[in-house]
Write a protein that binds this ligand. Structure first.
Ligand code: PRX
Length: 631
């Protein structure tokens, strides 16, 4: 399944385009199926309706666990590095992980979870999180993992949207020198969640928590009451595997749905190729399982390939900025996959934290989540890779399920800040605003994909029309990514960032409309407008323009109140970096906010604001510019 030379890549790519069904059937035959497919692909991008491997039966956990037992049962599946470096790390072999997953799957069953039921998982980065995810898949329940940084309200919205039956959580989480009271957040969330019947709580921080009789039970007690025999549920290739909520330009986050067969094939194939994973290697992805990167490239991709995947509970700067490099040295990490934001933040500490660390085990470096600037790329290459490790800059999305445009390690010649070339099976196309294809090289356009791939989303949970509108209606017969993109003279792709109202803060996708709604919920706020601006470490920062009449002298306190409101409504990750109080917003006569102007102000570049003659009240702009200079 692995591609070993650039010529082989080119041949494979051609085949994948000319005979996609044959190509993917060949890849899929490397996986374990209870029954093979009747038909490889049926699709249209209008409804949309996409089916891969129709008629096939499988269970993804048999691919991630059972099939490795005979020969690799004693191979480490998960190596866990705790937040506190003084604490022991934990290794779960494939045999032990299999046993724990089966046991916890029986716990879920005992608590009433059946095939097709939705389970919300809100946990710290501990091995039990991976166990809970796989246990759901084992019995055909649909997991919906919610990142530990979201607020009670965000969790409640997600639980209600998916009508989840059970929550799996922990008492608390450690993050650097902070503790997060997860169970308390869940308790707040569940005040408004009538569908939840049971809450299973893992002991981790051992902070006092309230345990509601009849609803809440301890993980540790439950696993004692079940055995470890749990046959894998037979799933259709197109049965739902999980839901993962993600932000868009409008409304509440939507539940992106991935299905069993295609997702498994795509996550496994891309993992094996992009990182050139070799048996026995230790692979470390620094993401959180609460995001798609963790789903595809901590859990499903690596485990489907029998890899050793390292899970890290903490943050890159705790107890100090050497932590990643200490982990690489301690566990002899061979492949390191991280985000530009982490690289930039560590780069800020200079080379001292890297000095004296043995990074010689590293073979491949990866980047994901946001555009990587050249400076960060070179720092990663020189300081960490010692100019000896290929960097795979992987472009993809929650919706794509796996990596789409990326170098293949040791195969594709890299170029700083370029995601380079499409992986086999991926057909990118650049279009202009009208949807007309922009051909040739040395061009810019909106990035779309014109042919299905196995890992793509199938729908948005409970609202198929929203899926159609968001991804398939902007341009006819194309999947629209929401990203702008450059194709250079060599045909290499460079992602330039979102072209919609989504901002990418530290690799996290945040909808401006969502932040505006949260700010507007603050008493006293009349209206707000949120835009992104370049931020040295986070990639983009959040800039909020807020109309708040009757602002008292203490602006700073009101600012903090607004931040608190956003934290309550969405979570700390959506807090604006800057708030500017204004008396009006630049609106056209039809009432539309001219965000272009606000973006310029946020960037601090007000020299050329373009045509503002269509504004209802052009004087507003002068006021905003004046105030922004004082911020
Ligand atoms: O704008 C692109 C950016 O992240 C968006 C997807 O975010 P999310 O669904 O949260 O998934 C992140 C992890 C896959 C994309 O629309 N993005 C992701 N990877 C890159 C990137 N931008 C530039 N270069 C990348 N390598």
């Amino acid at each position: 399944m692995q591609i070993n030379s650039f010529e082989e890549y080119q041949e494979t790519y051609q085949k994948s385009i000319n005979q996609p069904e044959e190509f993917w059937a060949g890849i899929a035959s490397n996986f374990l199926w209870k029954k093979k497919w009747d038909h490889v692909l049926s699709w249209n991008f209008t409804t949309p309706d996409i089916k891969w491997f129709e008629g096939a039966k499988l269970n993804i956990t048999e691919n991630c666990l059972d099939r490795h037992l005979a020969e690799n049962g004693d191979t480490p599946a998960i190596v866990w590095e705790p937040n506190d470096p003084e604490k022991e790390s934990i290794t779960l072999t494939y045999r032990v992980l299999h046993e724990q997953v089966c046991r916890f799957a029986n716990v879920l069953k005992k608590n009433g979870v059946q095939k097709g039921d939705r389970v919300c998982i809100y946990m710290p980065m501990v091995p039990e999180l991976a166990v809970a995810v796989l246990a759901c898949a084992r019995i055909g329940a649909v997991h919906s993992v919610v990142f530990g940084g979201f607020s009670a309200k965000s969790i409640a919205d997600r639980i209600n949207d998916a009508a989840c039956k059970v929550v799996v959580t922990a008492d608390g989480a450690f993050r650097g020198n902070k503790q997060i009271q997860l169970k308390e957040v869940i308790d707040d969330a569940l005040i408004g969640c009538p569908t939840i019947e049971k809450v299973i709580v893992l002991t981790h921080t051992r902070t006092p928590v309230s345990m509601l009789k009849g609803r809440d039970c301890w993980w540790e007690d439950e696993i004692k009451l079940v055995d470890s025999n749990c046959p894998a549920e037979e799933m259709d290739a197109e049965d739902m595997l999980f839901i993962l909520y993600t932000s868009g330009s409008t409304g509440k986050p939507k539940g992106v749905v991935h299905t069993c067969g295609g997702y498994m094939v795509y996550a496994g194939y891309t993992f094996s190729n992009v990182f050139n994973y070799q048996p026995g290697e230790v692979y470390f992805c620094t993401a959180d399982i609460g995001w798609i990167t963790g789903h595809s490239y901590i859990v499903y991709g690596p485990l489907s390939q029998g890899a050793t995947t390292l899970m890290f509970e903490g943050i890159p700067t705790y107890p100090n900025a050497s932590r990643f490099w200490d982990i690489v040295e301690k566990h002899q990490v061979n492949i390191l996959y991280t985000a530009p934001t982490a690289i930039r933040s560590l780069m800020g500490f200079g080379s001292a934290p890297v000095q004296g660390k043995d990074l010689s085990s590293l073979r491949v470096l990866g980047s994901v989540g946001e555009p990587i600037n050249e400076e960060a790329w070179h720092w990663f290459d020189e300081e960490i890779g010692k100019k000896n490790c290929p960097i795979v800059d992987t472009w993809w999305q929650t919706e794509t399920g796996g990596i789409m445009i990326s170098p293949i390690a040791f195969v594709t010649p890299t170029k700083p800040s370029f995601a380079t070339l499409p992986l086999p099976g991926i057909q990118p196309i650049l279009v202009d605003e009208q949807g007309k294809e922009i051909e040739g090289n040395g061009v810019n356009g909106n990035l779309c994909i014109r042919f299905p791939w196995p890992g793509m989303l199938r729908t948005t949970y409970g609202d198929h029309e929203r899926c159609r509108l968001t991804y398939f209606s902007t341009y006819e017969n194309l999947y629209f990514t929401g990203d702008g993109c450059l194709r250079d003279k060599d045909g290499y792709y460079r992602i330039t960032g979102r072209v919609d109202d989504v901002i990418n803060v530290s690799g996290h996708r945040i909808g401006t409309a969502e932040v505006e709604n949260a700010i507007n919920m603050h008493a006293g706020v009349i209206e707000s407008a949120v835009v992104g601006y370049p931020h040295e470490v986070k990639g983009q920062g959040i800039f909020a323009f807020v109309i708040y009449p009757g602002l008292s002298k203490d602006e700073e306190l009101t600012r903090k109140d607004i931040l608190q409101t956003v934290t309550r409504i969405i979570g700390a990750i959506a807090k604006p970096d800057k708030i500017l109080f204004v008396s009006g917003l630049p609106k056209t006569r039809s009432g539309k906010i001219m965000r272009r102007i606000l973006r310029k102000v946020a960037e601090g570049d007000t020299s050329n604001l373009g045509d503002i003659s269509t504004l209802l009240d052009p004087a507003v702009v002068q006021e905003i510019i004046g105030k922004s200079r004082q911020l």
